[in-house]
Design a protein around this ligand. Structure first.
Ligand SMILES: Nc1ncnc2c1ncn2[C@@H]1O[C@H](COP(=O)(O)OP(=O)(O)OP(=O)(O)O)[C@@H](O)[C@H]1O
Length: 448
């Protein structure tokens, strides 16, 4: 952060500028501006400033005499831009260009100076930005920078990494930094939608497509993501038939509703995520190779928590602060024994697991220090806690094996959901089954 502030100080005498009138039409442009952005004079004269500068952080409303800063893209080049209102005219001067500073730093800087605004926006959309992705170890900084760079392109992104590493967070942050940020971010968990409903949910359906269909038909998630981003989580669980249909959407940029006769053009960016090895699934014939290559344009590998142990205590502090606010606690310190345990643990459930453990401790902690002892009522060391046995199942009242298996499965699922505060991915990890299988069982047994 210090680095960027110094950089701006050094660049406070911009030679790249343009001046617009009160309706936003360009009046004057410096010759350096043309040169810097590889534009010719005929490109700009009389144009609206919005045709030249695409803003990616909200442009502040200028007050006479006041200087404001925002982040925008000019002819494909991200830059930090200052606006100053002089009488009825506004001067846009370029403070820093992408070639001079990296995109992630610019965005972090903008987010930090626009904190209240960005925070409000994040909350109102319930979306995460790169600022919310905690972790400043070298590995994480490298991934965040890479992600910020590809955010501005329109390419398909495949996020890979173990469960709970933050893939969805990255998907949201990439969307939030892209030119599609003011359009929808639609997330689809391919494991959570039952196979027979998948096509109607994702591709939509026309009136009377099947019995029980809405009379007026229904747009699918793809149409709902128009001009925005479609996030396909757990893409490995996409039913095989739907894989073919999705491929068509990616190739032709068209979607056909179930029971429909025509197609609709769609403009969406796809971000897919998986915690499985898609290449092996292709080899096993479970995932279409052609679709795999369409998705594999840009792979972003999100590291596991054990690969970036340097972030564990920062993340712990972050979650402690979060639960301090939520539970009205005043924890300020992490006991040395707990620190040691946190750092030496392997975290198979990654950040989702760390968060759940801190939440448990914060529920019962007393005083200002979270210690290993704060977890005395929960079993930290014994990760393979077993669900309670079904006490009503005694040999004398066994009905049928099928019935007993069902009861045992229901009890185990209810137990795991309770233990993980309803977090289905974590519950699936506890039960050592795939999340898709857990979702199917929850729906089969109608568990709330
Ligand atoms: N770097 C991070 N900073 C703060 N919170 C994080 C970070 N990474 C993950 N989390 C939190 O951890 C949880 C899991 O994150 P997320 O759902 O994005 O993981 P995922 O990789 O998509 O998991 P899955 O593969 O199971 O869908 C969420 O509560 C998220 O807010």
């Amino acid at each position: 952060m210090v680095k960027i502030e110094r950089k701006i100080e050094a660049d406070l005498k911009p030679s790249d500028y343009l001046v617009v009138d009160d309706s936003g039409l360009i009046l004057e442009i410096s010759s350096d501006f043309y040169h810097s952005f590889s534009l010719t004079p005929t490109d700009l004269k009389g144009f609206s400033v919005d045709a030249i500068i695409k803003e990616t952080t909200p442009r502040p409303s200028s007050v006479v005499g006041r200087k404001n800063v925002f982040f925008g893209v000019i002819n494909g080049q991200p830059c930090l831009i200052r606006t100053e209102k002089i009488n009825k005219h506004t001067c846009y001067s370029i403070l820093v260009k992408n070639s001079e500073i990296d995109l992630y730093e610019i965005t972090s800087f903008m987010n930090s100076i626009n904190k209240p605004k960005v925070q409000k926006k994040t909350n109102s959309n319930n979306r995460y930005s790169f600022e919310d992705i905690v972790g400043d170890g070298p590995l994480m900084m490298q991934i965040k920078e890479l992600a910020a760079r590809i955010a501005t392109s329109n390419s398909t992104v495949l996020l890979t990494g173990e469960s709970g590493t933050g893939k969805e967070l990255f998907a949201q942050a990439i969307h939030g930094l892209s030119s599609r940020k003011d359009h929808p971010f639609v997330a689809v968990n391919c494991a959570a939608i039952p196979e027979d409903l998948f096509e109607s949910e994702v591709f939509g359906y026309e009136a009377g497509a099947f019995s029980g269909a809405k009379r007026e038909g229904k747009p699918g998630k793809i149409e709902l993501a128009q001009n925005g981003t479609l996030f396909l989580d757990e893409i490995s669980e996409l039913p095989y038939l739907a894989q073919g249909k999705l491929l068509r959407v990616l190739q032709e940029r068209e979607v056909e509703r179930l029971g429909g006769t025509g197609t609709k053009t769609v403009d969406i960016r796809i971000i897919a995520a998986t915690n499985r090895d898609l290449k092996s699934l292709v080899q096993e014939g479970k995932f279409r190779q052609d679709l795999f290559y369409r998705l594999y344009v840009f792979e972003l590998k999100i590291p596991s928590l054990r690969q970036r142990k340097e972030d564990i205590l920062t993340l712990t502090e972050h979650f402690i602060n979060y639960y301090n606010n939520l539970f009205n606690r005043e924890v300020k310190y992490i006991g040395p024994d707990l620190q040691e345990w946190l750092v030496s643990n392997d975290w198979p459930g990654n950040i989702r697991e760390l968060r759940a453990i801190i939440e448990r401790g914060m529920n019962i902690v007393e005083g200002d220090t979270l210690m290993l002892d704060s977890f005395r009522f929960t079993s930290l060391s014994d990760r393979a806690e077993q669900p309670p046995t079904n006490a009503t199942s005694t040999l004398s009242n066994v009905k049928s094996l099928e019935e007993e298996v069902k009861k045992a499965e229901m009890a185990a699922i209810q137990w795991a959901l309770k233990e993980t505060n309803g977090d289905k991915t974590l519950a699936a990890q506890r039960l050592k089954i795939h999340p898709a299988s857990l979702y199917r069982k929850i729906s089969k047994y109608k568990i709330n």
